[in-house]
Ligand binder design. Structure first.
Ligand code: IPE
Ligand code: IPE
Ligand code: MG
Length: 249
């Protein structure tokens, strides 16, 4: 889809070629929050909320492809989420495995390339194997980059990058922003243009601390399991009306 068509689609315009082109969000990050509240409101177990959340992710990936998004980075499990009750953590790990099994063929067919950021050493063997399989089976795709943040923490990422600098014996005078950025989990991941957080919470919760420096933040009330194409379109429409300054005039 060309740029103008995308903007018209986002803004619901039919034809207005004289409208100046606003920024279009190509790289989107999402904090997928609200699964627990969604389940509680329905008097369902929390795992049902997480399962419903995986269906919302599926819808969102499809919508992102339709809206011409190039890179989508979603927060699936934080370094702090291990502190949740053991039965919730256990069911989540099972849901991650099931979801990869269920979605892998479609993601591969739709041209989505999936990669993970975060720690791998604390995942179960089954999950670690599924993550590797998903990455391998979609490695040649280039329609949408889907980054999944699992056992991810922004502070842990900067700590690991710092350790790498020391391990490599980099001199203090050679350390600059590029040196750190090159040692993050995925240096090739584009910095998000927009961060969407669902469920009404207005905080970052340790997500992409380095990469969000100049990202536009959009907070929406929708609980993650209810999120879909309309919400994504709405958030991207809001972004299109923002003016990014990057500290300049
Ligand atoms: C987000 O939903 C999913 C994960 C953190 C794994 P929550 O489970 O945090 O949902 P709420 O915030 O309790 O509603
Ligand atoms: C952030 O949500 C993590 C994910 C969505 C995976 P949380 O629900 O864990 O964040 P807090 O505790 O409300 O800040
Ligand atoms: Mg939450």
């Amino acid at each position: 889809m060309d740029l103008l068509t995308r903007i018209r689609t986002l803004r619901g315009l039919r034809a207005a070629p004289e409208v100046p082109l606003p920024d279009v969000a190509r790289c989107v990050a999402i904090i997928m929050d609200g699964n627990g509240r969604w389940a509680r409101r329905r008097r369902l177990p929390v795992a049902a909320g997480h399962r419903a959340g995986t269906r919302a992710l599926r819808r969102t990936v499809e919508a992102a492809i339709d809206l011409g998004v190039e890179s989508l980075c979603v927060y699936a499990f934080s370094t702090e989420n291990w502190s949740r009750p053991a039965d919730e953590v256990e069911s989540l790990m099972g849901i991650f495995v099931e979801t990869i099994e269920r979605e892998l063929p479609d993601l591969a067919r739709q041209g989505v390339r999936v990669r993970f950021i975060g720690r791998r050493d604390r995942a179960t063997d089954a999950l670690r194997a599924k993550m590797a399989e998903l990455e391998e089976d979609t490695a040649a795709n280039d329609r949408l980059e889907l980054w999944i943040a699992f056992d991810y923490g922004g502070r842990a990422e900067v700590v690991e990058a710092t350790r790498r600098l020391v391990d490599e014996g980099v001199e203090a005078r050679d350390i600059d922003e590029n040196a750190i950025a090159a040692r993050l989990y995925a240096p090739e991941m584009a910095e998000p243009d927009i961060l969407i957080r669902t469920s009404g919470e207005q905080r970052i919760s340790n997500f992409l601390l380095w990469q969000l420096a100049y990202t536009e933040l959009v907070f929406v009330e929708t609980l993650w399991p209810d999120f879909g194409e309309r919400d994504l379109r709405h958030a991207l429409g809001e972004y299109a009306g923002r003016r990014r300054r990057f500290g300049g005039r």
